[in-house]
Design a protein around this ligand. Structure first.
Ligand SMILES: Nc1nc2c(ncn2[C@@H]2O[C@H](COP(=O)(O)OP(=O)(O)OP(=O)(O)O)[C@@H](O)[C@H]2O)c(=O)[nH]1
Ligand SMILES: [Mg+2]
Length: 696
């Protein structure tokens, strides 16, 4: 195996709106590097990257694939992420472990809502960015138009290093502004090129862009800038150093271009990554924490340092077991090592370590600082965990995954599968943290939540394939709550006389509303022992049980204060049970007298759409009882912030997709509980009562 020092490694994510051409691009990159001997096609299901059966079937990427190839004296690791919005969590994981992101743009579509989203993630993870404007072989491709869009959205330091010569049908040539050469590609995707001088009609355009690039390079370093002022130009070395610095600092966003499908302009991208992309040690020290003291720990990005490895992805595969994909930040991870999983507080013995190229894997025995690889069959390691030296542990910041935007309830197709289903779903959550599940005892439903309908469909498919259990998806119940708006003082008296020993409990309670979110407060205001103190816990228990059961429509009661202030007892007949029943009776009566209402969960919703869909989306939100809080422009998009009842959000991501031709996305998070409008509350109550009758 060829050894690469850390400065010869490159970790690169491919990110974009869905379908811009990432998978086709990495296919061409691998082909040019000789890693595959034919240029596979997404549409034929023959690419190195989209090798999972569900990816082949749907012709889209669903999980991040890890690929690598040698180029010049470097090893380039590529993480090909999915662009479909249901799988954005995959993008977060990939960006977390790479120094460079290639933002692929479809020249016909320009900046899309997914472009904005992944750009934001890259910004948050502080990852250097380069654009690759793709599909220049398409009719009506207009590079200049997209350049204008990019500069107006992302700033004047979006600067091309490669420009097309003859975009559109018949496209085969680009100008490389670093070498200042015309590069003509052979037809048929062979990737073979011939170089020549830049033709006269393109010379001035090429020089203009190159001057811009030189100026930007000069501005990223004071010493170089001084030389630039003195000499009016830069040496090649200064130009490259300046560019590298600007790219690393995130002040220069270069633009390359070509056609992934026709394998044009892709060699320039490979060259660019080797020449200009930051290496894993370029950002200096790595920050982590001491898991015991929580004190900050800094590590050198070096193989001689303490081991710090982050697992950024987990995938189980039939017949092989679980693959944990990891990035080594410092130290060396070797087969046979016993390392500490800091998050799970367990020791893992490291099994086979593999270099990964899609579905091809090669045993390598170890992985050094800066590299990305996979290990199989760890016992208890999940996505986001840090593996480290047990004598000198450090914990790396984990990965931030997006909140779920869709929730559905699952029911077993065959009785008796409940436990298998719940274990399976839990395992799938550990593999993919953007999917969550829980059993809701109040709703008596297993709720699963994720990033969209396709995401959940794929989770259910995996549940079937890997755990052999099938479920039906049903509409989830809404976790309504019940509360009061008024006050009441009532008596609850339970008295039974039937032959021998009777039952006697008698209480007076005051019921008052509490502020939203306050829950429950019980005040014992008995004086003079009119209710003996030994019975008071039973009274409270009776009240709590009545609250949990719900009174209006079977939903739990919240935000009330109960004061027990009077009552009476019988020296023989009183008991815990009698006082529990008295408490419950009193509570139910008081509740109905104190202006009871139903509360519903309200969510904060953020919708991002191109301007043209603004009206439709706002109208739709209003029809869902949404309250619009504000609209902000963000580049070519409008961001609508609204508060919407959860009951109106079922399958919203799908509705939004069809309303905006797939160009709108939304995020949501729980905000607060609010009173249900009375006409809707009446319906919910009537339905609950009908159900109760039926159950009798
Ligand atoms: N004409 C043309 N078609 C392309 C080009 N690049 C990709 N395509 C086609 O566009 C479609 C999507 O390409 P992919 O490579 O799967 O795009 P992607 O960005 O990986 O898609 P997701 O992973 O699903 O986000 C496929 O049909 C490709 O063949 C290109 O440069 N020119
Ligand atoms: Mg893809």
């Amino acid at each position: 195996m060829k050894e690469y020092s850390i400065d010869k490694l490159r970790n690169v994510s491919l990110i974009s709106h869905g379908g811009a051409g990432k998978t086709s691009l990495v296919e061409a990159m691998l082909f040019n590097a000789g890693e595959t001997n034919r240029l596979g096609r997404v549409d034929d299901g023959t690419t190195m990257s989209d090798y999972h059966p569900d990816e082949i079937e749907r012709k889209i990427s669903i999980t991040t694939s890890i690929l690598n190839f040698p180029w010049k004296d470097c090893k380039v690791n590529i993480l090909d992420t999915p662009g479909y919005s249901d799988f954005l969590g995959e993008v977060r994981g990939a960006l977390r472990v790479t120094e460079m992101a290639v933002v692929v743009i479809d020249v016909i579509a320009g900046i899309e809502v997914g472009t904005e989203q992944v750009w934001k993630f890259a910004e948050q993870e502080d990852v250097a960015r380069v654009f690759f404007i793709n599909r220049l072989d398409k009719e009506h491709a207009n590079f200049d138009k997209v350049m204008d869009m990019l500069t107006s959205r992302f700033g004047p330091n979006v600067i091309p290093l490669v420009i097309p010569v003859n975009e559109g049908v018949g496209f085969d040539s680009v100008v490389d502004l670093v070498k200042m050469k015309l590069v003509k590609y052979e037809k048929g995707g062979t990737g073979k090129t011939s170089e020549s001088e830049i033709p006269a009609d393109l010379k001035s355009k090429a020089e203009q862009w190159r001057t811009k690039a030189i100026e930007a390079a000069a501005e990223s370093d004071d010493a170089i800038l001084e030389d630039y002022f003195e000499n009016g130009t830069l040496t090649d070395e200064q130009f490259k150093t300046g560019l590298r610095k600007g790219i690393l600092a995130g002040t220069i966003f270069p633009v390359l271009c070509g056609s992934a499908y026709e394998n044009i302009g892709v060699k320039e991208l490979n060259d660019f990554l080797v020449e200009f992309a930051p290496s894993p040690d370029s950002k200096g020290e790595i920050k982590g924490k001491n898991p015991d003291s929580n004190a900050e720990v800094t590590l050198k990005p070096s193989e001689n340092e303490t081991l710090a490895t982050l697992v950024f992805k987990t995938e189980s595969e039939p017949h092989v077991g679980e693959f944990s994909f990891f990035r080594v930040y410092s130290g060396v991870l070797r087969t046979g090592d016993e390392v500490l999983n800091v998050n799970q507080k367990t020791i893992e013995k490291i099994g086979q370590i593999y270099a990964i190229n899609g579905k091809n894997r090669r045993e390598i025995g170890y992985a050094k600082a800066g590299d990305i690889a996979a290990v199989v069959k760890m016992k208890n390691t999940h996505t986001g965990d840090t593996l480290t030296d047990r004598r000198n542990p450090v914990i790396l910041p984990s990965i931030e995954f997006p909140e779920p935007v869709i929730r559905v309830a699952v029911e077993p197709k065959s009785k008796g599968d409940e436990e298998k289903i719940s274990n399976g779903l839990q395992a799938l959550h550990e593999e993919d943290p953007t999917f969550v599940m829980h059993y809701d005892p109040e709703l008596r439903q297993t709720i699963i939540a994720g990033q969209g309908e396709l995401h959940l469909a794929i989770v259910i498919q995996r549940l079937k394939n890997k755990f052999g259990v099938d479920v039906n998806l049903v509409e989830p119940k809404i976790p309504y709550q019940e509360t009061i708006k008024g006050t009441a003082e009532v008596q609850g008296k339970y008295k039974r006389q039937s032959g021998g020993r009777g039952q006697y409990g008698d209480v007076w309670i005051r019921l008052e509303p509490l502020p939203r979110g306050a829950g429950f407060e019980f005040v014992d205001a008995i004086v003079g022992g009119v209710v003996p103190s030994k019975y008071i816990p039973a009274v409270e228990k009776g009240i709590r049980e009545a609250m949990d059961e719900g009174i209006l429509a079977g939903y739990p009661v919240r935000d009330v204060k109960v004061t027990l202030y009077d009552g009476s007892y019988h020296s023989v007949d009183s008991s815990d049970l009698a006082f529990k029943i008295a408490g419950s009776m009193a509570f139910k009566k008081a509740f109905m007298q104190a202006k009871p209402v139903l509360l519903e969960p309200i969510y904060d919703v953020e919708v991002r759409v191109p301007e043209e869909f603004l009206g439709d989306v706002m109208g739709d939100l209003s029809s869902r009882r949404g309250k619009i809080l504000g609209i902000d422009a963000e580049g070519p998009f409008q961001v609508i912030r609204a508060k919407v009842p959860l009951a109106e959000l079922y399958k919203y991501s799908t509705a939004l997709r069809s309303l905006t031709q797939g160009r709108g996305i939304h995020r949501r998070s729980f905000s607060h509980y609010e009173e249900v409008p009375s006409e809707i509350a009446e319906k919910i109550i009537a339905e609950a009562q009908k159900k109760k009758e039926e159950e009798k």
